[in-house]
Design a protein around this ligand. Structure first.
Ligand code: FEO
Ligand code: CA
Ligand code: CA
Ligand code: CA
Length: 692
């Protein structure tokens, strides 16, 4: 995310601090082993979609979808321990305008910002002169979460879905954003270009001569932008909360913004997560409870897109909608509810280029970082985990009403599968207890609040709870966390890991799950679900820290070969390797290395009693630095081909990179280039599996 869009305000005023005392025996935590708890539209504008900022993203839904590869159900009981052994030497830190990789590997640039996806886009220009139309038909800016969807059952052909979290206006335009003497935006094409640089890219890529390449003009290539028309599903669909002049029946919303972490589903769709979206809207009226809780801006919008409201070229209120001040006689006459269409998990079927994106409101409305499903069991509900990335915010899970049917993995109607598993279920928020157990607190109307009432005393419907998810979570006594980012599930053990990136504003009170004051370096927590949907057991897997820190800070015994700070992106591959990516802002580690990606195989770290271990002075050599990004960047987004021969990772907001197609070639000293976020392709020179 970077400091550019991070909102440092503490919006959680609930003071939920279930365990307010600083834990006294910090060091004993290092040896802590989890305690078992029985684990084993219609729109108001006919022909809508023709907006100045976009016209090709509201498809009619007629072309046949492509069939993804089928999934073969396992026929034997899988082992509970990975046999993967990391086969590279941990690399040193790096601070150059280039990526760093282990010996025997190569890294090159794929699909950088501005790469044309079809012939409507002109080639990217290094003077920033590309138009809004170019941008609408080209890869967006500031790559973040990502997933690879194979095509034709091949490991050399597929679709890369890439989130674009936010923009750098100075890099996007020739001379930065144009504004008048009052700071008001004046150039429509600039604003449309900015809106179009947001969202998601779906990119067909193929491996040819050992180089992954974008297939320009492929029928699957498409963009979802900050203007794309999307359907609403789940409790908020067709509710009065979604009623706007554009969508008076509350069935649709326009655009997806600040798409940070991602997920995917067992039925082959992509999930993109709306994170720091509140700042894109402004209200000059009295904020509603949910607007105040989530942090809607009261001064101006982040990029001033609303400044062009009322201009002659504006279509369908495309700029006016970002100012959500009530102005009309009712919600159907203005955009007071426009922001209510944001803050969700959005499902995209990449295999069907004519499908619309769907906002799955049942999974809660907050600043979603990622969305990860738990270990699947036939006949059991599917669980999705998602963290709310702000200081002192919460961890959530959604448990589907429908139970998992393996045949659904191969359904050709993937959106119907989303309807089946993601529209009806129960949303829970996590409460961590200091004895290594925890409780998932349901957010339903009859949920008990900490003052002995129920949520029904504060909310009149499930839709109202969802709209103000964090406000409801305050009332039931959830645990305020140190900025929950991505979650990932170990395919062998089913343990769920979650990055807690940092919280330098935790100055007064810790809790068991967030035990360091002034948590500059972050940590990774993990848990196992219990026998009941409301139970879990947890421990802290690793604490970020600089090598030089004292024992109370460097609790995992990290050294120069694995010191890290601010874990953010997190993923497991199916071999059981966990990949940890960083978005660091702490000088103590930044002075040694740029942001990075590390690897570890947690399920193989067993003690004499076969219990999963944590990273400690004894086991820290299991955590290895695999990759370092160029100066100024964040490393985020992880994807891997099913033969493990290619890893994709994203470089977001580099300061002076990429100089050439070779990601490891430094920009020459003294040369300044227009920076471009990009995917980096990492492969072994011998074509073997990455990481082992
Ligand atoms: Fe966009 Fe929480 O990182
Ligand atoms: Ca960032
Ligand atoms: Ca981050
Ligand atoms: Ca992130």
């Amino acid at each position: 995310m970077s400091k550019a869009t991070f909102d440092p305000t503490k919006y959680n005023q609930s003071n939920n601090v279930p365990f307010a005392k600083v834990m006294e025996n910090h060091l004993s935590r290092r040896e802590f082993v989890k305690r078992s708890i029985g684990l084993s539209a219609m729109t108001a504008f006919a022909g809508a979609g023709l907006a100045a900022c976009g016209s090709n993203n509201d498809p009619a839904g007629t072309a046949p979808p492509t069939t993804p590869p089928t999934t073969t159900p396992p026929t034997t009981t899988p082992p509970t321990k990975s046999s993967a052994v990391l086969g590279f030497d941990s690399i040193a830190g790096s601070k150059t305008d280039a990526v760093a990789i282990p010996a025997g590997y190569s890294a090159y640039v794929l699909a950088p910002w501005g790469t044309p996806l079809n012939s409507k886009a002109n080639a990217w220009q290094d003077d920033g002169s590309n138009t809004a139309t170019d941008q609408e038909n080209a890869v967006g800016m500031h790559h973040d979460g990502m997933h690879f969807f194979p095509l034709n059952e091949a490991a050399d052909d597929g679709l890369l879905c890439i989130n674009h979290e936010y923009i750098d206006q100075n890099a996007l335009h020739p001379m930065g954003p144009t504004a008048d003497a009052n700071g008001k935006r004046t150039v429509i094409d600039e604003v449309c270009k900015e809106i179009n640089a947001h969202g998601i890219s779906v990119v067909r890529i193929q491996l040819k001569d050992n180089i992954w390449q974008v297939v320009e003009n492929d029928a699957h290539n498409r963009r979802f932008t900050g203007a794309s028309v999307m359907d609403i599903a789940g409790p908020l669909a067709y509710s009065s909360y979604l009623e706007t002049r554009y969508s008076p029946d509350g069935s649709q919303a326009r655009g997806t913004l600040n798409n940070c972490g991602n997920g995917y589903t067992p039925w082959g769709t992509y999930l993109t997560c709306e994170e720091n979206w509140p700042g894109y809207f402004v209200s000059h009226g009295t904020l509603t409870a949910d607007q105040s809780r989530i942090g809607i801006s009261t001064t101006d919008t982040r990029y001033g897109w609303n400044h062009l409201a009322g201009s002659d070229e504006e279509r369908l209120d495309e700029f006016a909608r970002f100012d959500i001040t009530p102005t009309g006689a009712s919600a159907a006459n203005d955009y007071r509810n426009e922001a209510n269409g944001h803050g969700y998990i959005v499902e995209i079927d990449p295999y069907n280029p004519n499908s619309r994106a769907i906002k799955r409101t049942a999974l809660g409305r907050f600043r979603h970082e990622g969305c990860t499903f738990g270990k699947l069991e036939v006949g059991k509900p599917i669980t999705f985990y998602s963290g709310h990335d702000s200081r002192f915010e919460y961890l959530y899970k959604f448990v589907s009403d429908a139970v998992w049917d393996e045949a659904d993995a191969n359904s050709s109607n993937r959106i119907a599968m989303g309807d089946k598993y993601m529209n009806a279920g129960t949303l829970y928020v996590a409460k961590f207890s200091e004895d290594g157990v925890g409780e998932w607190l349901p957010l339903t109307l009859n949920s008990t609040t900490t003052d002995g009432k129920t949520l029904a005393d504060s909310f009149d419907s499930v839709a109202a709870i969802i709209l103000n998810t964090a406000g409801a979570a305050d009332l039931v006594g959830a645990t305020p966390m140190d900025r929950p980012e991505w979650a990932a599930v170990d395919p062998f053990t089913g343990s769920v890991y979650l990055t807690l990136t940092n919280n330098t504003k935790r100055t007064e009170e810790t809790n068991a799950a967030n035990p360091r004051l002034n948590n500059s370096f972050g940590h990774i927590i993990r848990w196992d679900e219990g026998a009941a949907a409301t139970e879990f057991s947890w421990d802290i897997f690793v604490f970020g820290a600089p090598t030089a820190a004292d024992e109370d800070t460097n609790r995992s015994g990290l050294n120069d070969l694995n010191q890290f700070a601010s874990p953010d992106g997190l993923a497991f591959d199916k071999r059981g390797i966990m990949w940890v990516q960083t978005d660091n802002g702490a000088d103590e580690v930044e002075d040694y290395t740029n942001d990075q990606m590390l690897a570890i195989v947690p399920s193989s770290m067993l003690d004499a009693d076969n219990k999963q271990q944590v990273v400690s002075a004894d086991t820290q050599n299991q955590l290895k630095r695999f990759f370092v990004g160029p100066n100024g960047c964040e490393v985020t987004g992880f994807a891997i081909t099913q033969d493990y021969s290619t890893v994709f990772a994203n470089i977001q907001h580099p300061s002076n990179w990429p100089y050439s197609a070779n990601a490891a070639q430094p920009t020459p000293a003294g040369m300044t280039i227009r920076p471009r976020a990009a995917t980096v392709v990492i492969r072994k020179d011998d074509g073997g599996e990455v990481g082992i």
